[in-house]
Design a binder for this molecule. Structure first.
Ligand code: ADP
Ligand code: MG
Length: 522
């Protein structure tokens, strides 16, 4: 069992139980040792007292070497179960009498008699006592006691110490299982909050502080940290929303600019047609007809004479014939101009309708063909592309329908095409070429490349071309590529640039997943 892997609750309980039990165990051992040592002293003192009584009682028997009487005196020891052997020796160290405990193999007697005193030897307590009568030493008493009482006491005490230790461990367990919660509960609460915060990413959660100790300080610190993170999270969120919103607006502005540009160009043609028609009407010969009619109504009374005799009247039919021919020519020209005018107005209507249809579906993913998207982007720039004599090359590979937010994709493409047109204008190559390529990529992404042979991009600009506000145009705002790259990323794709350098043209590649929701990993 690895103690470091245990929960705080378990650790606290284990530590409490171990310390309290160990403390009690050590204290009990001290008492036990003291008691057993004291008990040895008591035993030896007791044996010496016994020896003194027997020595006194056996003095006469020893003096007269009365064996029977000596035996009789020793047999009084029967009452003491711990005494194993006893013996009386005369002054010339002859054995006078001996006593052996019943049902016990007789112990060997000591080889040497000693002065009064005792000693412990192996598992026995051995004592000698002089037999003295009126100051004269008559002999020696030897008594030997076993240590069974002492061992019994040792066993009893050991059992008590064991029971006490177990009991104290049990009570320490009961007590610590309640008291540990004072420390472990706030920590567990903190841990629970941390888990919830990291699982839900909800920084508005707070750990509850119940103690004013180090854990309390820890919880305060943690909560303060959460507040800080929450604040930053909110700020970040707001900033992100702002970026998304401004990039959306920039994207819309990009398309609106392209649309307005286009409409403006068509309106120029409309204006030319309108002035032409106005001019033609102003210079029309139609008033001549009114004059002729007025002349004829003046002469209504003698119209026949007027037409046949009057020189003015004779010219009138020829004039009318000429006028009729002229007016019918005029009508043809004006009808032609008016038809072109209405075509142009129709074109404006189409452009506005297209813009509206894209604006309406913003944020909605639709299944659409990539070719249609590219054609719409070209159409929005069509007028300017034609005016600048740009040759458009379509290299459309076969790809399945794509599911995208077509408004976003159109914004990106419109800007790429309009950028290419500017680049072609500025680079002014002999043949201005704009190629549009559609193809598949690995990992179910499709790509649309906008390739021009225009002015190209110097190396140092490649790195910052997607930065917000980067532009090299007098009237550019540098939002297009920035918002385009952001929109591509939002859709799970990328917008990338490649150029061999100034004068070498540029390739912008938009890569998007065929289906949204599959993050791009390339
Ligand atoms: N096809 C291209 N060839 C050369 N330079 C380009 C091309 N497209 C973009 N750029 C450069 O990137 C700059 C930023 O483009 P963009 O973000 O669309 O903003 P803007 O069109 O308003 O300048 C342009 O000003 C131009 O210098
Ligand atoms: Mg642009």
């Amino acid at each position: 069992m690895d103690i470091r892997r245990l929960s705080i609750k378990r650790k606290l309980m284990l530590i409490t139980m171990l310390t309290s039990s160990l403390a009690l165990f050590v204290a009990s051992l001290g008492f036990l040792a003291y008691d057993l040592i004291a008990f040895r002293g008591l035993m030896s003192h007791d044996l010496m007292t016994q020896a003194e009584v027997i020595a006194a009682n056996s003095a006469a028997a020893v003096a007269f070497r009365d064996e029977a009487s000596a035996k009789e005196t020793l047999s009084a020891l029967r009452a003491r179960r711990e005494i194993v052997t006893a013996a009386l020796f005369t002054s010339d160290r002859q054995l006078l009498a001996r006593y052996d405990r019943e049902n016990a193999a007789p112990n060997s007697l000591p080889d040497r008699l000693e002065a009064s005193g005792y000693h412990f030897e192996k598992n026995y307590l051995k004592a000698f006592h002089g037999i003295v009568l009126r100051g004269q030493r008559l002999g020696t008493l030897y008594i030997e006691s076993d240590m069974q009482q002492w061992y019994a006491r040792l066993r009893r005490y050991a059992a008590i110490v064991g029971i006490l230790t177990l009991g104290s461990a049990f009570f320490a367990f009961l007590l610590s299982s309640r008291l540990q919660s004072v420390i472990s509960e706030p920590i567990l609460g903190l841990e629970k909050t941390i888990r919830m915060v990291s699982a839900e990413k909800n920084f508005s959660l707070r750990a509850v502080k119940s103690n004013h100790d180090e854990i309390g300080i820890l919880i305060d610190g943690f909560n303060a940290m959460l507040s800080e993170i929450q604040q930053r999270d909110t700020d970040l969120d707001a900033a992100h929303k702002q970026v998304v919103e401004s990039s959306r607006q920039a994207g819309m502005a990009e398309v609106a600019t392209a649309v307005l540009h286009n409409v403006g160009n068509v309106l120029t043609s409309v204006n030319v047609s309108a002035s032409f028609v106005t001019d033609a009407i102003r210079k029309s010969k139609l008033p001549g007809l009114a004059k002729a009619v007025a002349l004829m109504s003046e002469q209504s009374s003698n119209l026949g004479h007027f037409l046949t005799v009057d020189p003015k009247g004779k010219r009138l039919p020829y004039y009318l014939e000429e006028l009729a021919e002229h007016l019918s020519n005029e009508q043809v020209v004006m009808l032609k101009e008016l038809s072109s005018l209405s075509k142009n107005i129709e074109h404006i209507k189409d452009i506005v309708a297209m813009q509206q249809s894209y604006a309406r579906v913003s944020g909605v993913v639709e299944s659409i063909s990539a070719v249609e998207l590219v054609d719409d982007a070209l159409r929005m720039n069509a007028e300017a592309l034609t005016r600048h004599g740009v040759q458009i090359i379509r290299e459309f590979g076969e790809i399945p329908k794509v599911s995208v937010d077509k408004h976003k994709v159109l914004q990106i493409l419109v800007n790429l095409v309009s950028n290419a047109k500017y680049a072609l204008d500025e680079g002014n190559p002999p043949v201005k070429q704009l190629a549009l390529r559609i193809g598949m990529n690995e990992n179910s992404h499709f790509k649309i490349a906008v390739v021009d042979n225009g002015v190209g991009i110097p190396k140092e600009n490649l790195a910052r071309i997607f930065a917000h506000g980067f532009t090299t145009k007098k009237r550019g705002h540098g939002f297009g590529l920035h918002s385009g790259a952001l929109a591509a990323k939002e859709m799970g794709g990328t917008l990338r640039v490649h150029s061999e350098g100034p004068g070498k043209g540029a390739i912008f590649t938009l890569e998007l997943p065929l289906m949204p929701g599959k993050p791009f990993n390339g």
